[in-house]
Design a protein around this ligand. Structure first.
Ligand SMILES: [Zn+2]
Length: 162
């Protein structure tokens, strides 16, 4: 969906960034300690909503930013969802690498099995790999826990399971 916002998240909000990525959003995260001005420039150039904890960040025309004073990431995520009227698509959940923010590739089961822990090999799941860091992802108890949490936050339909 072209209308979905993309984000640039400052280094103080790493957990929020990971949850936005989990939800399928393009949420670039500053892990390089770039300056506020560099981040503003990057967000502006790439049309990203800038999420920051820093209330002193100047307003820049044409740039959407959101200053988050909430301490807990649940409250931060709820605020972002409300301010931007996000409606996460359940079909895009877990579609990106939470370390690199890259879209995952589906890989054949045979290719994935040697790369995952023995217990995972018996799961009935598709496997995905990050084209950047090559981490392998699958659906398991961790994904169920994530979905339950998102349901409590109202960001995932209560009656639909994947
Ligand atoms: Zn990755």
């Amino acid at each position: 969906m072209a209308s979905e916002p993309a984000f640039l998240v400052d280094a103080m909000l790493g957990k929020l960034a990971r949850w936005l990525i989990l939800l399928g959003y393009d949420a670039a995260f500053d892990s390089q300690g770039r300056s506020d001005l560099e981040l503003l420039e990057l967000a502006h150039r790439e049309g990203r909503v800038f999420l920051t904890r820093d209330a002193k960040i100047p307003d820049v025309s044409g740039l959407r930013k959101l200053v988050l004073r909430e301490e807990r990431f649940e409250a931060q995520l709820t605020r972002v969802a409300k301010e931007l009227a996000l409606r996460p698509d359940p079909g895009r959940l877990f579609s990106r690498c939470t370390y690199c923010n890259r879209a995952l590739d589906k890989i054949p089961r045979e290719a994935a099995l040697p790369l995952v822990p023995p217990l995972v090999r018996s799961l009935d799941t598709d496997f995905f790999r990050c084209p950047s860091c090559e981490r392998v992802y699958w659906r398991g108890t961790h994904t169920e826990r994530t979905i339950k949490k998102l349901q409590r936050l109202g960001l995932y339909p209560a009656d639909k399971k994947r």
